[in-house]
Write a protein that binds this ligand. Structure first.
Ligand code: SF4
Length: 175
């Protein structure tokens, strides 16, 4: 144990210092984020909790959603958080064309969420199956499983800034 600590001191810092870029795109993220923060404060008090379900996507839509939490976007600072439990979620975010194997999981997740709740679809597959529409394994009908989809964010996949802007426009209408 002490050898490990000693070694760490001897080696020092091995990672590079991360400096956030101060360019036009980071200014865009900051100003969009501040808008989002104000709306979330008005509608939800302090935060908006999202539960994400991948119903059989290629993985790219999730990568873009994950990017929202990286140090560049850091969406948590604006009051948006991805949660593990549906019981803690205000909204359900769905990606992928709803494969047969994921239909029940999607239904159970949605049913476990407290009211009021709403559903957001991210990426073209989540709307009506996208490129997987004609696959025998894609059901592609989130609407019939969850009752309603109030916001669809298009793209294949949509970039994080697009997701941010769509979320702002939608929440603005609610506020
Ligand atoms: S919309 Fe495009 S990126 Fe997203 S899961 Fe479908 S194929 Fe992948």
């Amino acid at each position: 144990m002490f050898d490990i600590i000693n070694n760490s001191f001897k080696k020092g810092l091995l990672t590079e210092k991360f400096i956030l870029p101060q360019d036009e795109s980071s200014r865009q993220i900051d100003s969009a984020g501040e808008q989002l923060k104000k709306i979330i404060h008005k509608l939800y008090g302090r935060s908006l909790h999202l539960r994400e379900v991948d119903t059989g996507s290629c993985g790219a839509c999730e990568s873009e959603l994950i990017a929202l939490s990286n140090p560049i976007y850091d969406i948590q600072r604006f009051g948006v958080d991805f949660v593990a439990s549906p019981r803690h979620a205000d909204a359900l975010v769905v990606t992928g064309p709803v494969s047969r194997n994921m239909a029940l999981a999607l239904k159970k997740t949605f049913n476990s969420m407290p009211e009021p709740k709403f559903v957001i679809t991210v990426g073209d597959c989540a709307l009506k199956g996208g490129i997987f529409r004609d696959s025998y394994y894609a059901i592609g009908d989130i609407q019939s499983i969850t009752g309603s989809v109030v916001l669809h964010i298009p793209g294949c996949p949509p970039e994080p800034i697009i997701i941010l802007h769509n979320l702002i426009s939608f929440l603005k209408q609610k506020s």
